[in-house]
Design a protein around this ligand. Structure first.
Ligand code: QV4
Ligand code: CA
Length: 522
């Protein structure tokens, strides 16, 4: 009887874990975090999978669009040219098809998945030029001979009724989905021919071994059209991911609550990007317009979708530079707040988390706008993308920020892996901006979100022993390079955090117990 009940409960839980066919991120066992290596070259990602992401327990990399894009020279090679497809050939500033294949294979072997950012809603803007594979195009006539697409393959006045063919009114779903997004030639996804071409591109990526896709501008496509495209997709590689598995799909839908199109329309076709998440956390950890003490109910009761329907993140490549209307998030320009916010994100079980890994640019705020927010990746004189170099202290050089290589961040990736499967326990607040909680009996975190001082004996729910605070140091060969936290036989620990210090967070877990032989990175 007891066994039956337990089995039933396990079955129900298993059913709840991944609902739709596209919601499973296909992480290797014990991994749970994505890093967006924005604008990185395939060769650099390949190296990073082996030397860092695999050993550190990352689940996957989101890579920049892999297909041929328009070469934009005014401004000179902005990052956003990669969101203007010219063909589905795998040739970009990140590398060619052979380099892409090598990356996917090496990363898969290192236990790290590749998700490709796919731009399938549109092609280039309304001008002519050539792409990164040398192919000519003329956006005005929807002429993309390297696909080929012609005039018949873009939406026109029969389905788009805005004054100039571009989206003006975000409260009119027809306009949002049938008209051009900032002048980008909108593909006629109602046509089988267009669906076949897009599915052909995605199937090519699947055949190379990718695990999933970020679907750019999903809000600008009808859910039914996406269903028709995804129905054409092959299963992902059975040797790597198991048999009968669909690709992981997460759709970019910016839904801050004020528009006609809702995230929920896209749950049947995968997960969605939860933009509300990072803005609400920025309200607490950056602006202090809300209080950390309320985070005890963090999750769907904050008006956000269910945990298995979302990818969560503090910022993305758009809103970190004021693009896209996805709110004002925490970015690497606020390193202390970014580390605090990321620690919370990775310690909390809600959502499938993504870390932004950026490059530096010369931010130049004028009248509220960043005049340099177009600036592309670090580049050589010939405008080729610079390689990522690694410094002696593990940080990156050549203009790459590499947030994912900050100790306070990568150690929390391991924390998340260790506490996997446990719930939030003993959430407590000590004043408005001081909180702590446990993850089952496997991990414990305390955070001060403002400049106040936390000095408390707290029950961590961990077995007694000495634990390495993985925020202030690393756990290496059984020893801790940072603070050690003593947990007594009742599970209590003395936690002392000054909110004005660089890292007002303490995080301990059973994979980093001082003196134990076990070393867990994921
Ligand atoms: C210009 C004018 C337009 C005019 C057009 C005529 O501004 O008014 O109609 O010319 O051709 C670039 C330029 C933009 C230019 C356009 C077309 O910035 O000024 O229009 O090209 O040539 C990125 C950038 C965009 C960029 C685009 C294509 O953010 O600035 O546009 O790439 O290069 C909404 C959407 C959401 C979207 C977000 C930005 O709901 O889906 O806006 N987010 C995704 C990506 C984002 C990308 C796109 C969608 C488009 O995350 O990075 O836009 O693929 O919220
Ligand atoms: Ca569209």
């Amino acid at each position: 009887m007891k066994v039956t009940i337990i089995c039933l409960a396990v079955l129900i839980m298993a059913a709840l874990v991944y609902c739709g066919p596209y919601s499973d991120p296909h992480c290797a066992p014990g991994r749970d975090t994505v890093v967006h290596l924005f604008e990185w070259k395939w060769n650099d990602i390949k190296a990073e999978c082996t030397r860092f992401l695999g050993p550190r327990g990352f689940c996957a990399v989101q890579v920049s669009p892999a297909n041929e894009n328009a070469v934009v020279t005014n401004p000179n090679r902005p990052w956003w040219e990669r969101y203007q497809p010219v063909s589905y050939k795998l040739i970009t500033r990140s590398g060619n098809e052979q380099e892409f294949r090598d990356m996917v294979q090496t990363c898969n072997n290192a236990g790290v998945r590749i998700y490709v950012d796919t731009v399938i809603n549109h092609m280039t803007g309304g001008y002519s030029g050539s792409g990164t594979a040398g192919d000519h195009f003329d956006g005005n006539s929807c002429s993309f001979p390297a696909v080929p697409y012609s005039n018949l393959d873009c939406n026109a006045g029969d389905v788009c009724h805005s004054s100039d063919g571009s989206i003006q009114n975000y409260n009119n779903p027809e306009e949002v989905r049938n008209c051009d997004l900032v002048g980008l030639k909108d593909l006629r996804l109602s046509k089988d021919y267009v669906r076949d071409k897009i599915a052909g591109y995605l199937n090519h990526l699947i055949s190379i071994g990718v695990a999933g896709f970020r679907v750019d501008a999903a809000k600008h496509m009808w859910p039914g059209d996406l269903e028709a495209v995804f129905a054409r997709l092959h299963n992902v590689d059975s040797n790597t991911f198991g048999s009968g598995k669909k690709p992981f799909i997460y759709q970019e839908v910016i839904d801050m609550g004020g528009e006609a199109i809702k995230m929920a329309e896209y749950f049947a076709t995968g997960r969605v990007t939860n933009f509300i998440y990072g803005v609400k956390l920025a309200d607490i950890f950056l602006r202090h317009t809300n209080q950390a003490k309320w985070l005890g109910s963090w999750g769907s009761s904050w008006g956000m979708p269910n945990t298995n329907d979302v990818v969560v993140f503090l910022s993305n490549h758009d809103n970190q530079r004021g693009h896209g209307g996805g709110g004002a998030p925490i970015t690497f320009f606020e390193p202390k707040q970014l580390k605090i916010g990321t620690a919370f994100m990775l310690a909390h079980p809600y959502g499938f988390p993504r870390i932004m890994s950026s490059y530096h640019w010369n931010r130049n705020i004028q009248g509220g706008d960043d005049a340099n927010n177009w600036a592309g990746p670090p580049h050589n004189n010939d405008m080729s993308t610079k390689s990522v170099t690694i410094n002696a202290d593990m940080t990156c050089g050549n203009g790459w920020v590499c947030e994912h290589r900050w100790r306070q961040i990568y150690n929390m990736v391991a924390f998340r892996n260790v506490v996997s499967g446990t719930g939030v326990l003993n959430f407590k607040s000590y004043g408005d901006q001081q909180i702590s909680f446990s993850r089952g009996s496997k991990g414990f975190i305390a955070i001060v979100a403002d400049g106040s001082h936390l000095n408390q004996n707290i029950n961590t729910n961990l077995p007694s022993g000495n634990y390495c605070d993985v925020i202030s140091g690393n756990y290496e060969n059984g020893a801790c390079t940072g603070k050690t936290i003593h947990v007594d036989s009742n599970g209590n620990a003395h936690i002392n955090i000054s909110g004005t210090s660089d890292d007002p967070v303490v995080a301990i877990h059973v994979g980093a117990k001082v003196g134990s032989a076990m070393q867990v990175t994921g």
